[in-house]
Design a protein around this ligand. Structure first.
Ligand SMILES: NC(=O)c1ccc[n+]([C@@H]2O[C@H](COP(=O)([O-])OP(=O)(O)OC[C@H]3O[C@@H](n4cnc5c(N)ncnc54)[C@H](OP(=O)(O)O)[C@@H]3O)[C@@H](O)[C@H]2O)c1
Length: 248
């Protein structure tokens, strides 16, 4: 039987490292055509080069998801290269943990811009094509921090991830009758660069302690693949994946 993921055209933001990079490898290995997008060109070229040497199909696209125009250009490039768009994975993110009394408003701004507005721009750019095709799949990366607020230090990051869940669920309800699927993924501690996102030294040490029991990015790549491989009338709405050893 043919792999249901084979031939799908997939855009992944935050594809230069961590969960996005692992998803790009996993999906390309199953025959998807993957546009890997983020800001670091050298990293993107590395990911694409390694997919291609394994026989997969991928292309890099440099994007800052805080720019609506750049995200629009990313989707236009995917459609121009591959003729359609099947899955938009809104994955780029920043976790800058710090107590609110530190007043790191620049990091609050960046988390809101990347984690919330970046996802919204991804939806705005991909949705017209999905509606035109009469099919499509949004996979939005929230977090267990989007289910439960972690304190001290997690207020703003959790706020952004609660927003991603709310936006995804609203989007799902609006698109249910249009043959467009929406999946929200809520990972626990996964071993990536995410844990280095804060400039607050004490918070970073606390985060690194939590991440001692973290698991690999392949765990989330498999969750993404599971949502994608379902038949079109099955929408996996939410997937929570924690390390077995993670309590909260
Ligand atoms: N790892 C975890 O424990 C965990 C748990 C729950 C949820 N998540 C979520 O999973 C997603 C991926 O994170 P990760 O763990 O894979 O961390 P990561 O390794 O730090 O990856 C973050 C990705 O986002 C990209 N990015 C950041 N700012 C960007 C911007 N302005 N424009 C475009 N791309 C941008 C980064 O690439 P460039 O720097 O090259 O732009 C990178 O590829 C995030 O949304 C995160 O909140 C992760």
């Amino acid at each position: 039987m043919a792999d249901p993921i084979a031939g799908k055209v997939v855009v992944i933001t935050g594809g230069s490292s961590g969960l996005g990079e692992a998803a790009a490898h996993c999906l390309a290995a199953r025959g998807a055509k993957v546009v890997v997008a983020a800001r670091r060109k050298d990293k993107l070229e590395g990911v694409v080069g390694s997919i291609k040497s394994a026989g997969g199909e991928a292309r890099p696209f440099v994007v800052d998801v805080t720019s609506k125009d750049e995200v629009g250009a990313l989707i236009a490039e995917a459609i121009s290269a591959y003729g359609r768009l099947d899955t938009m994975i809104n994955n780029a993110g920043l976790m800058a943990i710090a107590p609110m009394e530190e007043g790191l408003t620049g990091e609050w701004d960046r988390m809101i811009d990347i984690n919330i507005k970046g996802v919204l721009y991804g939806i705005a750019a991909a949705l017209p094509q999905f509606l035109k095709q009469g099919s499509g799949h949004f996979i939005n990366m929230s977090s267990v921090a989007g289910i439960k607020v972690f304190s001290p230090g997690g207020a703003v990051y959790s706020g952004t991830k609660f927003a991603v869940r709310a936006i995804s669920e609203g989007l799902r309800q609006e698109l249910a009758s249009r043959n467009i699927r929406v999946t929200t993924i809520e990972p626990g501690a996964i071993d990536t660069e995410l844990k280095y996102g804060t400039s607050d030294k004490a918070a970073r040490a606390a985060v690194e302690e939590v991440y001692k029991t973290s698991i690999g990015s392949d765990s989330i790549a498999r969750a993404i693949a599971f949502a994608m491989e379902q038949p079109p009338d099955v929408d996996v709405n939410e997937i929570v994946v924690r390390p077995t050893a993670q309590v909260f």
